[in-house]
Write a protein that binds this ligand. Structure first.
Ligand code: GRF
Length: 193
């Protein structure tokens, strides 16, 4: 069984979707949730679902993150709203096995400071006709790793940023677990569009 660790700083709705999806799997399961925020909503999700969790404060991520991943024999690292740069040592150790999801069609509306509602507000004010999700490998820069998968959704001219966020989250919860499963199974990941 492959072991997945999810790194999250926020409410954890993607973590929730991934935990649920892999409960049916005989190949992999979520064995650990790691957060850098002691009050993150994802901790409550982990507690409800019975998944062990670890809180590592920002100033202890290096070397705390690699030590925690290795001592728990983690195989895949999945970022789901984790708002910190990942230490080099972790990126090197998990090359090809560490992914992130971004709530827009990268390279549009990504980079440092572009997270949460800021992304959807930028999509709205740019007057985009579509937005979507991007699953990508993680490297040392925000949102710049190799793109593995994208799926778009239409933005209607009267959509509010909140409505755009809802459309995007629906895509995230459906596709992120499935793209991760293909990565673990070493299957070809077809682009969603
Ligand atoms: C998601 O929109 C994801 O794309 C981004 O952070 C958000 C996390 O949301 N990287 P949640 O905590 O999973 O609800």
């Amino acid at each position: 069984m492959e072991k997945i660790a999810i790194l999250a700083s926020g409410k954890g709705s993607n973590a929730n979707a991934i935990i649920d999806y892999f409960q049916q799997s005989d190949r992999a399961s979520v064995s650990l949730i790691i957060t850098n925020k002691p009050k993150a909503g994802v901790l409550e999700i982990a507690r409800q679902k019975g998944v062990p969790c670890a809180t590592i404060p920002n100033d202890q991520l290096d070397p705390g993150l690699i030590e925690t991943l290795q001592s728990n024999n983690v195989d895949y690292v999945v970022l789901a709203g984790f708002l910190r740069i990942i230490p080099h040592v972790v990126i090197r150790a998990f090359e090809g096995k560490i992914i992130n999801i971004h709530p827009s069609l990268l390279p549009h509306h990504g980079g440092k400071g572009m997270y949460g509602m800021k992304v959807h507000e930028a999509v709205k004010s740019a007057g985009e006709a579509q937005t979507g999700i991007t699953v990508h490998e993680v490297n040392e820069k925000y949102d710049e790793g190799k793109i593995l998968f994208q799926k778009s959704v239409q933005v209607d001219s009267d959509d509010s940023p909140e409505q755009i966020a809802q459309k995007v989250q629906k895509l995230e919860h459906y596709y992120y677990p499935r793209v991760l499963e293909k990565l673990i199974n070493n299957e070809k990941i077809e682009n969603g569009n």
